[in-house]
Ligand binder design. Structure first.
Ligand code: NAG
Ligand code: NAG
Ligand code: NAG
Ligand code: NAG
Ligand code: NAG
Ligand code: NAG
Ligand code: NAG
Ligand code: NAG
Ligand code: NAG
Ligand code: NAG
Ligand code: NAG
Ligand code: NAG
Length: 833
């Protein structure tokens, strides 16, 4: 008995030795902290601590004096750039001054509060370290933030967050800005113009995850941003931070986890942060991470160990042995933000854009191909580049001739760092690659002929091999017309357009979706296509290519032989007698959940599907589930992609979560709701909104819960399945999970990753409460009656457009209209321009 207690005590003391040594809010003047000695002082309830934290652990370790939350620094003495070695010290001097000393004893930072009668230093539970004298607070870390804003902290126009060359400001007009080197504003978010003549604005982050702006002239704070996990979880610290990559993010960190997750980023496309790759650096994406490289072989990285430091010319322009020349960079642009552009924008065509720069005092130029006819001439000595296959612009950079373009991406990145590769290596690599391809193809041939009696399987495999390079193929409209025999064979029609069967030149069978209602320009469309096509998962339908010509917008997907799930589920709708047994259905349920989990949690830009229903779950040859139509909700709505907030989305009656109609933010939890409805349908073989005598004239989903509550599982389960035998334990698990998913309160619904674990039985599933709660929900401290919105949902088939019931969310405007079975809701965060 004694041994475990002792080792437990030992564990506690070894993990938190310092919290026990000095767990006091009041820090006595005269205290000295060192990286090796008294390293930490905790706030009264141990939420925050102050002390040295390690910054780098090489042979010469460095430390910063910081206030931290489970090891995450939220304030640093002197900011990012100030670190000391292991002999450094932090002093609370008797005269009231705070000082950070470096190892050699020189003062590297001080608070400048000497001789102002300071009697106490206090670190409170909100993370505020303040110095007080008899009459009040003289100095506090909340008044001198470094790169982070915490809940309860007031950020005012007099303050600034800094990280490297980047800074974040609140302008007195209410604009939020990100600035590079105190000169170029690369992000600006303004308040809605109905808020004007602010007197003294201040910015806050609420603990639930909203960023609000308040002013004495406002009746209530204006919501600027919602974090994606807004209102979810308990005991989560959310904070705003200006990162060293120049992006401004909301982070969430669960107590004790010691890790944080970003839940919103101001600049969604990291490459659009000015100067991210340093001077002359060009930003692009390697799969999903931004990477920096030089414009051409005429340049070399300033620091081969850190590509973000930028590039330098191998030969200076003034010292060119020959004349200078303009090197062309396709799909690239040099970033330009006001006020820099005004004198440097010209309406000239591409070749003039090139030659004007060559002759003038100019380092680079960009010719936009977005229809504006504009050419940017870059004369500044700092230029920041961005390249992406989705960019329609062409750029030129002035170099000494001859201009030597980069070799293709993969090799290029290596070449610049590793120097020249001998020619024989290239030959061997080419030969081995060719041999490998031949073997792979032979192997595929063998594999197909062996496994599939039908010869058709081969061509699909072959085509996918060809498209395996990953980039979406661009088709001509004519080509797709031919492919689909003038759009003859219709496969189906969905919320976003009609789908036709097509056969490509190489005999691959494809599904061609003709999109309707796309208002986006060419550029946005290409960006969304790039996002969709970079999203690969076993349980997601693969995008092969696209077409964007004039007003035509088409997407080409892999073809799914077994069609959509609905034709197997609902006997009453499809009398052909197609049927799936429980084992197959369970696999489909699990596959679908995994696909959605990937969209929500694992890919770069979290995608909320917004239209999960059996019609959008397709089945391949082996009845594997593949989710389709993801990413399209964003396509039909032009403005949102910069803000990760859905402004206009479409969904389908019966599968829409209550928050759609209740003027609340749509989050990944809305997909969980739709998935829950689909799961219930997979078990029952009946539409969740079906109303019949059987169900006592109630919606099937409500009736099913009552039956479940009485322990009457058999009445819920599809009768056809019972004959084929089924794993009753799995069935009950699935039913319970489905009721958890369709809880009216988003916070009650599990996240998709947890749904997978519950289905698999990895974590236990408790009995779900009734999905339709009658209790009042409370959001943002303002109560509102949620059940009224649900009754709106249940009578939606006949009701007039739903009117917003909440006035506390004045940040959102809602209009809704109904067309067919698709419901379109347009919301806009009004402050976001
Ligand atoms: C640790 O703090 C105590 C109390 O302030 C002080 O007496 C002691 O000298 C400090 N030790 C070091 C190594 O700074
Ligand atoms: C002490 O170290 C700092 C850097 O930590 C350096 O800037 C300063 O010159 C050094 N002073 C002396 C006297 O060595
Ligand atoms: C406290 O500090 C403020 C601001 O520095 C000063 O005006 C005030 O006189 C000080 N009060 C005392 C009691 O020293
Ligand atoms: C510590 O205090 C803060 C502020 O009062 C509170 O939000 C937090 O929940 C407290 N933490 C614990 C563990 O009591
Ligand atoms: C925290 O910071 C504010 C300034 O933003 C200050 O007025 C306040 O007194 C500080 N809190 C405590 C407990 O000292
Ligand atoms: C930042 O601006 C200053 C002057 O405002 C200038 O001297 C410096 O070169 C700039 N930094 C870069 C990296 O261009
Ligand atoms: C605030 O943002 C708006 C919209 O982007 C812009 O027109 C305005 O000039 C900005 N105001 C300031 C002071 O930056
Ligand atoms: C500003 O917000 C109000 C509602 O708060 C809205 O009616 C108005 O259209 C918005 N104005 C702009 C310019 O977005
Ligand atoms: C803001 O101030 C200007 C000039 O002072 C005035 O014309 C305008 O009506 C004011 N706007 C509001 C909404 O008060
Ligand atoms: C690109 O990504 C691949 C795989 O993720 C990695 O091996 C490679 O080093 C990356 N290239 C660069 C330039 O970062
Ligand atoms: C890059 O890193 C290597 C090994 O870490 C080091 O030897 C070299 O000096 C570094 N180069 C530069 C320019 O810092
Ligand atoms: C360099 O440019 C000048 C003027 O455009 C031209 O006369 C000369 O022939 C060029 N030299 C070479 C080597 O191309």
């Amino acid at each position: 008995m004694v041994k475990p207690t002792i080792s437990l005590l030992f564990l506690v003391f070894s993990v938190f030795p310092l919290l026990f040594s000095l767990a006091s809010a009041n820090i006595p003047l005269g205290t000295t902290l060192t990286p090796s000695g008294n390293t930490s002082l905790a706030s009264p309830n141990v939420t925050f601590s102050f002390g040295f934290i390690p910054i780098s652990a090489t042979n010469s370790p460095s430390f910063a004096a910081a206030i931290s939350y489970s090891g995450i620094a939220v304030w640093k003495a002197g900011g990012d750039s100030v670190t000391v070695d292991s002999n450094g010290a932090f002093q609370f001097l008797q005269n009231g001054n705070l000082r950070l000393l470096s190892g050699n004893g020189s003062v590297v930072w001080e608070s400048g509060t000497a001789n102002r009668g300071i009697t106490t230093a206090i670190l409170d539970d909100s993370g505020n370290l303040s110095l007080k004298n008899g009459s009040g607070t003289v100095w506090s870390t909340f008044d001198y933030p470094t790169d982070t804003i915490l809940p309860t902290q007031n950020f005012t126009p007099a303050m600034v967050l800094r990280s490297g060359v980047y800074s974040f400001n609140l302008v007195s007009t209410g604009n939020l800005t990100l600035t590079w080197n105190d000169s170029i504003v690369y992000w600006n978010q303004a308040l809605n113009s109905t808020y004007s003549n602010l007197t003294s604005p201040n910015l806050n982050i609420q603990s639930i995850g909203t960023v609000t702006l308040n002013d004495p002239t406002f009746s209530s704070p204006a919501i600027m941003v919602y974090s994606s996990d807004y209102g979810e979880g308990t005991d989560v610290l959310r904070f705003l931070k200006l990162d060293s990559d120049g992006n401004f993010r909301i982070y969430s960190s669960a107590r004790g986890s010691g890790s944080d997750t970003d839940r919103w980023a101001a600049v969604e496309d990291q490459c659009l942060v000015f100067g991210y790759c340093g001077n002359m650096g060009v930003c692009g994406y390697n799969d999903t991470t931004p990477v920096c490289r030089c414009p051409s072989e005429n340049f070399a990285l300033v620091d081969p160990n850190d590509s973000r430091k930028g590039c330098q010319r191998k030969v200076a322009l003034e010292a060119c042995p020959d004349n200078a020349t303009m090197l062309q960079l396709d799909h690239a642009q040099f970033l330009t933000y006001p006020p820099e552009i005004s004198s440097q924008v010209f309406f000239v065509a591409i070749s003039a854009c090139k030659s004007n720069c060559l002759q003038g005092h100019c380092t680079a130029s960009t010719s936009l191909a977005d229809g504006t006819g504009q050419c940017y001439i870059k004369v500044s000595n700092f230029i920041s580049g961005y390249e992406s296959p989705a960019l329609p612009s062409t750029s030129f950079v002035k170099v000494c001739s001859p201009g030597i373009p980069n070799s293709p991406p993969s090799e290029g990145a290596r070449d610049t760092t590793a120097g020249k590769v001998p020619p024989w290596v290239v030959l061997v690599v080419v030969a081995v690659t060719l041999l490998g391809l031949v073997l792979l193809e032979g192997g595929l041939w063998w594999w197909c002929c062996r496994n599939s009696p039908k010869f058709g399987g081969l061509s699909t495999q072959y085509a996918l091999l060809e498209y395996a390079s990953g980039a979406p193929v661009q088709f001509l409209f004519k080509e797709l017309q031919r492919t689909t025999k003038e759009f003859k064979e219709k496969l189906g029609a969905g919320g976003f357009g009609t789908v036709y069967k097509g056969i490509l030149a190489n005999k691959t069978v494809v599904a061609v979706k003709q999109l309707e209602g796309i208002e986006q320009g060419e550029k946005q469309f290409r960006m969304e296509v790039a996002t969709i096509s970079s999203t690969h998962h076993l349980n997601l339908v693969r995008l092969i290519g696209f077409c964007s010509e004039g007003r035509h917008r088409l997407l080409v997907y892999e073809f799914m032989k077994n069609g959509s799930l609905d034709s197997f589920l609902f006997a009453s709708e499809d009398p052909s007698g197609k049927f799936l047994d429980w084992e197959a259905r369970f696999n489909i349920a699990l596959g679908t959940a995994r696909g959605i989990t990937y969209l929500h949690e694992e890919c770069r830009d979290c995608i909320v599907h917004c239209d999960i229903k059996p019609e959008n779950i397709l089945l391949d040859d082996n009845y594997n589930a593949k989710v389709s139509d993801f990413g399209l909700a964003k396509l039909v709505n032009p403005k949102d992609h910069r803000y990760r907030t859905l402004t206009s989305v479409r969904g389908t009656r019966g599968y829409l979560a209550p928050e759609w109609l209740a003027n609340l933010p749509i989050t990944s939890k809305s997909d969980v709701y739709s998935y829950g409805m689909v799961l219930l349908e997979i078990v029952s073989g009946r539409r969740n909104f079906e109303v019949s005598e059987d169900t006592g004239r109630k919606k099937f989903s409500l009736w099913a819960y009552e039956e479940f509550d009485r322990g009457n599982m058999e009445s819920i389960v599809d009768k056809r399945m019972a004959e084929h035998g089924m794993d009753m334990e799995q069935v009950i698990r699935a039913i319970q999970v489905s009721f958890w998913c369709i809880q009216e309160q988003p916070s009650q619904r599990p996240v998709m990753g947890k749904v997978v674990q519950m289905l698999e039985g990895i974590i236990a599933t408790e009995k779900p409460p009734a999905p339709k709660a009658t209790a009042e929900g409370s959001v943002n401290g303002t109560s509102m009656n949620v059940s009224s919105t649900v009754s709106a949902l249940s009578t939606f088939g006949t009701s007039a457009p739903v009117v917003s019931s909440s006035s506390s969310f004045h940040a959102i405007g809602v209009s809704s209209s109904q067309s067919g079975s698709n419901i379109e809701r347009t919301t806009s965060l009004v402050q976001l321009n």
